[in-house]
Design a protein around this ligand. Structure first.
Ligand code: C2E
Ligand code: MG
Ligand code: MG
Ligand code: MG
Length: 281
């Protein structure tokens, strides 16, 4: 590798590196045109109460359906959106759309009276001046009560920027704050002292082998005990099997999300979840 050759040497140019950059630039330009069109949509993945099986909330997850390329994964286009700054207009649309939808469900279904919508927010958005006013404005315009919105941020986003004040002002509005992919970045524990977090989302990587791997089980146990002591809600991400769900429930996890319950769903399929409120676990 280039770094092994020490300072002052240039990294050898690989044609693929250039191609990758050009490809990203293309996607960025196309993403810019796609914002505000029906190429970009939101799906909603239920978050369920592991004891009653009821849906207590949904996470909004963005999808981009490119006219020629077909579906582009958010794992691919969100980083491009962050890097180009397009995440700011894109994120603004996502926040407004998710809140509008949650307010509409609230009006249409008694069961959705307390439904919480989780919206992923990138570090770049948090650092944008006026972000808190934007959130307050969306809540006012849509009529969604602040307690029915939770903003999901990653540890890295929070660590990179000076955003503690922004997060505190969001909490002051009454909005929930979830630490996403909890446990995967460095300094997670320090963040619990400085950030006004209300929800911990245990990363899928710990859920995957929780029933069979001692280490994953140990981490999942430590996280739920810490969450309980700090009076935080804990959500286990990426539950795929009944065994994982019951194991996590026995550890004390009350909330879960994953393909076992539902994949991210289009709006009309979420409605079915309001009507069927009996236990699914
Ligand atoms: P995330 O916020 O941690 O979202 C959870 C991801 O795990 C989603 O992937 C979801 O489809 C997937 N997932 C849920 N349950 C399971 C399961 O049981 N098994 C497996 N294997 N996967 C599961 P998705 O939708 O592809 O999103 C990937 C990431 O892209 C998200 O991770 C989030 O970081 C980012 N993202 C998605 N939508 C948005 C958005 O609107 N704004 C921002 N800033 N980021 C977003
Ligand atoms: Mg998330
Ligand atoms: Mg997550
Ligand atoms: Mg994740």
């Amino acid at each position: 590798a280039a770094k092994d050759r020490g300072k002052g040497t240039f990294r050898r140019y690989h044609p693929e590196m250039g191609e990758q950059l050009v490809e990203r630039a293309h996607l960025g330009a196309e993403l810019e045109k796609a914002i505000g069109t029906d190429q970009i949509r939101l799906l909603y993945q239920p978050i369920v109460d592991l004891v009653t099986g009821r849906m207590t909330g949904v996470e909004a997850l963005t999808r981009w359906h490119h006219p020629e390329r077909g579906p582009v994964s958010p794992a691919e286009f969100i980083p491009i959106a962050e890097y180009t700054g397009l995440i700011v207009p894109l994120g603004r649309w996502i926040l407004a759309e998710a809140c509008r939808q949650a307010a509409a469900w609230r009006d249409a279904f008694d069961e959705a009276a307390d439904l919480v919508v989780n919206v992923n927010v990138a570090g770049r958005q948090l650092m944008e001046p006026g972000f808190v006013d934007e959130v307050a404005g969306v809540l006012r315009r849509t009529g969604l009560p602040a307690r029915q919105l939770t903003v999901e941020v990653t540890e890295t986003a929070v660590l990179r920027g000076e955003v503690t004040d922004v997060l505190q002002r969001l909490r002051d509005l009454g909005v929930g704050l979830a630490l996403d992919d909890f446990g995967t970045a460095a300094s997670s524990l320090g963040l619990l002292l400085t950030c006004p977090v209300s929800v911990l989302k245990l990363d899928r990587s710990f859920v995957e082998g929780v029933t069979t791997a001692d280490r994953q089980s140990a981490v999942a146990t430590a996280v739920i005990q810490m969450a309980a002591a700090l009076k935080l809600r804990a959500v286990a991400e990426g539950i795929e099997t009944v065994e994982q769900a019951s194991y996590l429930r026995r550890l004390g996890y009350r909330y879960g999300q994953g393909f076992l319950f539902a994949r991210p769903l289009p709006v009309d399929e979420v409605a079915g979840w309001f009507r069927e409120t009996e236990a699914r676990v």
